[in-house]
Write a protein that binds this ligand. Structure first.
Ligand SMILES: Cc1cc2nc3c(=O)[nH]c(=O)nc-3n(C[C@H](O)[C@H](O)[C@H](O)COP(=O)(O)OP(=O)(O)OC[C@H]3O[C@@H](n4cnc5c(N)ncnc54)[C@H](O)[C@@H]3O)c2cc1C
Length: 327
């Protein structure tokens, strides 16, 4: 990436005085990794977000928008542009609809919905990050996914300088995928359509979800969640090499046509492997943890090593789930 000129940096700082210079992204990612954003700014409202984007575009400064930083791997060299945190946390409930600005924390939205007696989003309670990030990656767990609850997404199209609202079908949701991973829209607001239900039932389900998470995921360590997507297949022949590799594949994986990446990694005995301070969690094979001072390079090297082993030994190509910035 071309280095930003001093003139562009100074002009931007004059127009956006809350912006910081050379802010370490490791301060803003759940994995505590990431070099300096040449410019970094928090946008507390969507109006401010649009103003900042407008100024960056006018000064020809590249920009990227993020939410909670819980699915990010930022390069050690950082990002030569403006990193903007979408931090509009506003939210309102209208009947069965929950309308949340992209910076609203997913867990807060999930709890507010349950408190209002709406069901269907209890699974969102333990997903770190924001509604914008969750919509972007079609986040999900324990059988729920954003695609099941999103009714509309309001965005800003920086290429045309206009707003555009997408219906659920237009979002092109797929497994940990949406059109927003492919088209550079800025997410402003997501509307969830939930079921009228019972407050107590919803709150109890949330407690169960939290218990399940505690039991299955590493606690108290720095990670970016799952590094790889689980492996989806259409045709069982894609598993020929895996089938030759010892014990059977659980029936549920075959019926769901999805093999958890963590299970593949565990099967190769890779849990606990580390490069530098980056380690494959001893608890969950798809979580990479930062044991303190890990570099993005270490995580990428470990991820390449795992991909190579899984490809060579099990015949399966793993894809990244974590989003890269600055590479
Ligand atoms: C401990 C742990 C557990 C996790 N468990 C789960 C889980 O169960 N299920 C699951 O799906 N994920 C899980 N994750 C991953 C992560 O929490 C989700 O992907 C989450 O939805 C990301 O939201 P975020 O706001 O942090 O996104 P960020 O990490 O901030 O950003 C992710 C991507 O979205 C883009 N983006 C974010 N906001 C906007 C916006 N407003 N406009 C345009 N682009 C935007 C960013 O540019 C980036 O490419 C987990 C992560 C951790 C650390």
């Amino acid at each position: 990436m071309n280095k930003l000129s001093e003139e562009a940096i100074t002009s931007f700082l004059q127009i956006v005085p809350t912006a910081k210079r050379d802010e370490l992204m490791s301060n803003h990612t759940s994995v505590k990794i990431g070099g300096p954003a040449r410019l970094y700014v928090v946008a507390p409202s969507n109006a401010e977000l649009l103003r900042i984007i407008g100024e960056a575009a006018r000064l020809n400064i590249p920009f990227v928008v993020f939410g909670g930083g819980s699915n990010l791997l930022v390069a050690d060299d950082g990002y030569e542009g403006v990193v903007i945190q979408a931090a509009d946390r506003s939210m309102r409930i209208e009947g069965e609809r929950v309308i949340a600005a992209s910076g609203a924390p997913t867990g807060v939205v999930a709890r507010a919905a349950a408190e209002a007696g709406l069901e269907g989003f209890e699974w969102g309670i333990g997903v770190p990050g924001t509604i914008g990030g969750a919509t972007y990656g079609n986040a999900g767990c324990f059988g729920g996914e954003m695609k099941d609850v999103v009714s509309a997404v309001e965005t800003y199209d920086p290429a045309h300088g206009s707003r555009r609202t997408f219906s659920n079908a237009d979002c092109r949701f797929g497994y940990r995928d949406s059109r927003f991973k492919h088209d550079p829209y800025i997410l402003l607001e997501t509307t969830l359509l939930l079921r009228p239900g019972n407050r107590e039932t919803a709150l109890t389900r949330m407690t169960e979800v939290m218990e399940k998470r505690k039991a299955s995921q590493p606690q108290g360590s720095f990670s970016a969640g799952c590094l790889f997507k689980n492996y989806e297949f259409q045709d069982g022949s894609a598993l020929d090499i895996l089938k030759r590799h010892g014990d059977g594949i659980p029936e549920t994986f075959l019926t769901q046509k999805r093999i958890p990446a963590g299970w593949l990694i565990d099967r190769l005995g890779l849990k606990g492997t580390s490069i530098g301070q980056a380690q494959i969690s001893p608890v969950h094979g798809n979580f990479f943890v930062n044991r303190g001072g890990a570099r993005a390079q270490d995580v990428l090297a470990l991820s390449s090593f795992v991909k190579m082993k899984v490809r060579d030994e099990l015949g399966i190509l793993l894809e990244d789930e974590v989003q890269l910035i600055g590479w």
